[in-house]
Design a protein around this ligand. Structure first.
Ligand SMILES: *Cc1c(COP(=O)(O)O)cnc(C)c1O
Length: 418
């Protein structure tokens, strides 16, 4: 493995914590595989599905050879993350207007979001380097995930969370794991800027997705999808876009799967942003090659309130490599999609529902054909944002529910008389 700058190709030492290249560019892991045999890997990954109490029972570390081959097994900090369901969702497909939709429920991760896939790798790496203070800026899910893994390996986490626009449940979850909380007026972007400037001063190991180990771990999401579909890919994979780490990991993972020969065709990637926080979509639509940050953010899908997504260049490569597209959706469209996903029995938080809303819009615009198959990545759990449920979950009861209640009250009065 090598650490290289995506802008100037300069090499950096992997065993030294470092956020960016001297030129300001983002860093990326280059894997240096020798003699990887696709059939042997398929057999190995399949055999590991029977693992129980070893690190290879994790849906991330199952693919260790493709993620962090050099890390000693003793350094792995795992909660058996990944291993999430891929569900054929007929009602969601009908709503979106395409033949087949599969929901990849990353919400089933131990802390309730896909952040665990990357965090287990970042924390394990930091742990192996001997770091003691882990830190992140967060809209709530990164902080929950980091606080969980830091607690699990006996380290301290310092989490920077904006005072406004973060779901209460995520903040409480972070505190419950023992995360040290720093709240501030501002946005995720301000928190990340602070960490980039002061990590060395405070001896912090930064676990945001600017940390390239996070991206290596998040590749496992597409590895799992491929394995669950027996190495034949769907036509489309749809992800929400906030900091754009998922979009970056998806592209890198797909490129590697194809290079190794584990898959033949690469699906197209659709990145969905909320209208109130869509700097990446606006850049792509305008045909520009520089991102203009969005200073004022306003989406009820709080995990997407990011105006200056650090991984935008990596996400742009994903679009180029997969012939991908971007699209935006309104909060109203997000909540309509969320209701369908919730009612189907899977459920998710608002940011995740942006995928299905975006799919519906792309199908309506004939960018996605109605006969194509799409995998939508559900990034976070239904209970992550309880406030978002209050809006529509308290519907008036229907006739049959009312009759049951009446009968139950009758029964109770009979029982009391006896
Ligand atoms: C972090 C997060 C996102 C945004 O993902 P990026 O990889 O930062 O683009 C979307 N949904 C949920 C639930 C998240 O926690």
């Amino acid at each position: 493995m090598q650490l290289t700058c995506i802008d100037c190709d300069r090499l950096w030492e992997l065993h030294q914590p470092r956020i960016r290249c001297a030129c300001g560019g983002l860093l990326q892991i280059e894997q240096q595989w020798k003699r990887l045999d696709a059939d042997r890997l398929k057999r190995l990954f399949h055999a590991r599905l029977a693992e129980r109490m070893t690190p290879y029972a994790s849906g991330v570390w199952r693919y260790k050879e493709l993620i962090h081959p050099e890390l000693p097994d003793e350094a792995i900090v795992t909660r058996y993350e990944g291993n999430t369901g891929l569900y054929d969702a007929a009602a969601t497909a009908r709503f979106a207007g395409v033949r087949r939709v599969l929901l990849k429920a990353q919400s089933e991760n131990p802390s309730g979001s896909f952040k665990d896939n990357g965090m287990t790798v970042a924390v394990s790496h930091g742990h192996a380097l001997g770091m003691n203070r882990f830190a992140c800026s967060s809209t709530g899910n990164t902080s929950s995930s980091l606080a969980m893994y830091a607690a699990w390996c006996g380290k301290t986490s310092y989490v920077f969370v904006p005072e406004e626009g973060v779901a209460d449940g995520k903040v409480l979850q972070t505190l419950a794991y023992g995360g040290k909380l720093v709240r501030f007026p501002g946005t995720y972007d301000d928190g990340l800027r602070f960490l980039e400037a002061h990590a060395d001063e405070f001896g912090l190991y930064v676990c945001n997705s600017v940390n390239p180990l996070r991206i290596e771990g998040q590749k496992s999401i597409v590895f799992e999808i491929a394995q669950q579909l027996e190495w034949s890919m769907p036509d489309w994979i749809v992800v929400p876009g906030g900091a754009l780490s998922n979009a970056a990991a998806l592209g890198k993972g797909l490129q590697e799967l194809q290079a190794i020969g584990l898959i033949e065709t690469v699906p197209r990637v659709a990145i969905v942003q909320a209208e109130g926080a869509s700097p990446f979509h606006r850049m792509v639509e305008a045909g520009e090659r520089t991102l203009t940050p969005e200073p004022r953010l306003s989406t009820r899908a709080s995990a997407l309130n990011i105006g200056s997504p650090p991984s935008w260049k990596k996400a742009l490569r994903t679009l180029e490599h997969t012939n991908g597209v971007t699209v935006t959706v309104t909060d109203e469209q997000i909540f309509a999609a969320k209701q369908v996903i919730d009612r189907s029995g899977i459920g998710c938080e608002p940011a995740s529902a942006a995928t299905v809303a975006g799919l519906k819009r792309l199908a309506a615009e004939r960018i996605i054909d109605k006969d194509e198959t799409a995998v939508c990545i559900l990034t976070g759990h239904l209970l992550k944002d309880a406030e978002a449920l209050a809006g529509y979950a308290g519907r008036t009861p229907e006739a049959l529910e009312l009759r049951m209640r009446e009968r139950m009250l009758d029964r109770a009065s009979v029982d009391r008389r006896l």
